[in-house]
Design a protein around this ligand. Structure first.
Ligand SMILES: *[C@@H]1O[C@H](CO)[C@@H](O)[C@H](O)[C@H]1NC(C)=O
Ligand SMILES: [Ca+2]
Length: 147
């Protein structure tokens, strides 16, 4: 019983611990993962996209899209095409459970984002990037970070 209650306590704590990156913390992590210039997108594109998609919140789950799919995690990865939330048809292009994209370890999110940007749509896959970042001067997004 003691072990069980400790487990439950841990789960409750874990569930409440939504990791929200700071801008520069995320910039540093993505740079280390080779995303600065990945498929010709400089780092500031990724930072601007993540801000407008999730506000850097690793636990973000979007409301249902018009096709019933949802978007998961810091990069708001879509369940119709890239991950499996077991709630509808999915191409599951990243071969990952959508819940994996709402943990505070963003390693798998990064791997999937790289996969997404290798598709012909490239970063246009992210509506928030298209609406808020595409074609703009994005240098301010990383200017005050020590990278
Ligand atoms: C999605 O997950 C469910 C439950 O594990 C599984 O039955 C289904 O085959 C998966 N779909 C795809 C496309 O991976
Ligand atoms: Ca994850």
């Amino acid at each position: 019983m003691k072990a069980l209650s400790l487990t439950l306590l841990f789960l409750l704590i874990a569930a409440n611990e939504a990791k929200v990156f700071t801008k520069c913390e995320l910039a540093s992590r993505l740079k280390n993962e080779g995303m600065d210039g990945y498929h010709d997108y400089k780092l500031d594109n990724w930072i601007c996209m993540a801000y407008h998609e999730s506000r850097y919140n690793t636990r973000a789950v979007g409301p249902p899209n018009s096709d019933g799919s949802r978007d998961y995690g810091i990069f708001q990865i879509n369940s119709r095409w890239w991950c499996n939330n077991t709630q509808g048809p999915t191409a599951n292009g990243c071969d990952t459970a959508c819940t994996a994209f709402t943990t505070d370890d963003i390693t798998d999110d990064i791997i999937c984002a790289k996969r997404i940007v290798r598709d012909p749509q490239k970063m246009d896959a992210w509506v928030a990037w298209r609406n808020h970042c595409k074609g703009r001067d994005l240098s301010e997004w990383t200017r005050d970070c020590r990278l």
